[in-house]
Design a protein around this ligand. Structure first.
Ligand SMILES: CC(C)(COP(=O)(O)OP(=O)(O)OC[C@H]1O[C@@H](n2cnc3c(N)ncnc32)[C@H](O)[C@@H]1OP(=O)(O)O)[C@@H](O)C(=O)NCCC(=O)NCCS
Length: 177
């Protein structure tokens, strides 16, 4: 299976597996309150907590069935890990694949989430996936703008995922890209 999984390259970015060497960079993303306020698990408290999270991600990755996975987004210009992407089946029914993206706040506004997401979605479609979803709280304007920029279509509001939280649902099919 490993030959079928990223690394993927785009014009400015590399999407690759997380490594334990990424702990400091990951903490700048997942420890930041601007990112964490939109994530159900909340902020990662410190570097040592980040290391535990990263260890769990690295350990889980080979056992996830593609296109499920978690990846680091690296800016090729300087080799910095500037974000993360994941694809997962959404709870509780585990029927719909969700794309999730996070960027370090100081690199927002440069199109990196859009660029990385498009590449990952294309790859997921090549694996045979027919549709990808993204969900966001209505107040998460940036996430919603990114979903639209990728070409995702708004399909409605739901509380069927994630313990009844009210979420906007976006969907992308191969013809939307
Ligand atoms: C959601 C998130 C990843 C979006 O980051 P972002 O940088 O705004 O996303 P994009 O990649 O779509 O970038 C779009 C911005 O870059 C600009 N841009 C510059 N160059 C661009 C390019 N080549 N292509 C596209 N957009 C470009 C756009 O004009 C837009 O600017 P604006 O925000 O001033 O309107 C980021 O806000 C984040 O990490 N949020 C917290 C976590 C989160 O909510 N994740 C989603 C959970 S549902």
């Amino acid at each position: 299976m490993s030959s079928m999984t990223p690394p993927l390259r785009t014009e400015r970015l590399l999407i690759r597996d997380w490594s334990l060497d990424d702990v400091e960079a990951a903490y700048k993303i997942y420890g930041s309150s601007e990112v964490a306020r939109w994530i159900s698990t909340g902020a990662v408290d410190d570097v040592s907590a980040m290391r535990s999270v990263l260890e769990a991600w690295v350990e889980a990755q080979p056992n996830l069935v593609p296109p499920a996975g978690r990846w680091a987004v690296v800016r090729t210009e300087d080799g910095e890990v500037i974000g993360g992407l994941s694809l997962r089946l959404m709870p509780p029914f585990e029927e719909d694949f969700e794309l999730n993206w996070q960027l370090r706040p100081d690199v927002w506004g440069q199109g990196y989430a859009t660029e990385a997401s498009r590449a990952l979605i294309r790859w997921a479609f090549k694996q045979g996936l027919e549709e990808v979803f993204a969900v966001a709280r209505a107040e998460n304007k940036r996430a919603i703008a990114t979903a639209r920029r990728i070409g995702m279509e708004w399909v409605g509001e739901t509380d069927k995922y994630y313990d009844g939280r009210r979420l906007q649902v976006f969907r992308c099919r191969p013809s939307d890209l």
